[in-house]
Design a protein around this ligand. Structure first.
Ligand code: SIN
Length: 280
């Protein structure tokens, strides 16, 4: 039995915390998992460094936080259907996740979070940006907050993973199952985080298409304003990867953006996504 509390240090004024002094290849105590969950609620994304874990250990770690939500579009790591590969080869131009988004918002019940493990990192670049959607919400005027409270928005996978998507075409065999891109979901534009109780701005430029009862054209100016506002540097943290780094983010309270600045080099990540609950 370990007797220490986790060593948790915030990474920026906006979001993120690094957890040190823990080896995720070892069995973890319930108290440690509870502390990690608390840190995830408090900081939106938690990071670990130098973790030498097998895919089995990655899966076992994820399962301590909930059931695994297998992504139907990403190619899986060989032999591990629960582990999605986020890969860019030296000869490829398009990366996966190279725009602000939150995973699985197109699902009726969006994922709780994702645990991304760096297997092979480029010599430089390939960072991931994270943004805090509680800070983004809180910084809005009372007038706009009031308007948004009454709105719901449609999120879709069709334009990203469907047959007509140029992104899916460019990604080649790294993405598939285009005919399964039929999900549209409606979620509140402002939600209360199911665990922390904080208010969250819940639209994202990857998957949100329009406000319910508004056309896409009518929705576009307000959505554009919200995207620009929420992507302000004050709400962000930029994470630099090394082999064995892990980022575990909350898909309700954060956005992320994989920076595509390492052409000619390989970047290979393993992602496991954890199922969430209905959003209010
Ligand atoms: C993702 O969008 O899930 C991938 C993020 C990354 O590769 O940094």
């Amino acid at each position: 039995m370990r007797n220490h509390r986790l060593d948790i240090t915030p990474t920026s004024g906006a979001l993120g915390a690094i957890i040190e002094g823990i080896d995720l290849s070892e069995p973890l105590e319930d108290a440690e998992i509870a502390e990690m969950r608390g840190a995830l609620n408090d900081h939106g994304v938690i990071f670990f460094r130098d973790q030498k874990i097998t895919p089995e250990q990655h899966i076992a770690f994820a399962e301590r936080f909930g059931n695994i939500d297998v992504n139907r579009f990403f190619k899986a790591a060989a032999g591990y259907p629960q582990v999605a590969e986020v890969r860019k080869e030296p000869g490829q131009k398009t990366n996966i996740g190279g725009g602000w988004h939150t995973d699985h918002s197109y699902d009726q019940v969006p994922a709780l979070g994702s645990i991304l493990l760096a297997r092979e990192t480029p010599t430089r670049g390939g960072d991931t940006l994270f943004a805090c959607m509680n800070r983004a919400y809180e910084a809005l005027s009372d007038g706009l907050k009031k308007t948004l409270e009454g709105l719901r928005a449609v999120h879709s996978s069709r334009h990203v993973f469907g047959e007509k998507s140029s992104y899916a075409k460019d990604a080649g065999d790294r993405l598939g199952n285009a005919d399964a891109a039929t999900q549209d979901a409606v979620h509140p534009v402002v939600l209360r985080h199911p665990e922390s109780g904080k208010k969250i701005l819940y639209v994202n430029s990857g998957f949100t298409t329009h406000f319910v009862g508004w056309t896409a054209e009518e929705s576009a100016p307000l959505l554009r304003y919200l995207y620009e506002h929420a992507a302000r540097p004050e709400f962000q943290y930029r994470f630099q990867w090394h082999d064995g780094s892990i980022a575990f983010w909350d898909n309700r309270s954060t956005w992320h953006y994989a920076v595509n600045d390492y052409d000619g080099e390989r970047r290979l990540m393993h992602r496991i996504t954890i199922a969430g609950g209905p959003l209010e």
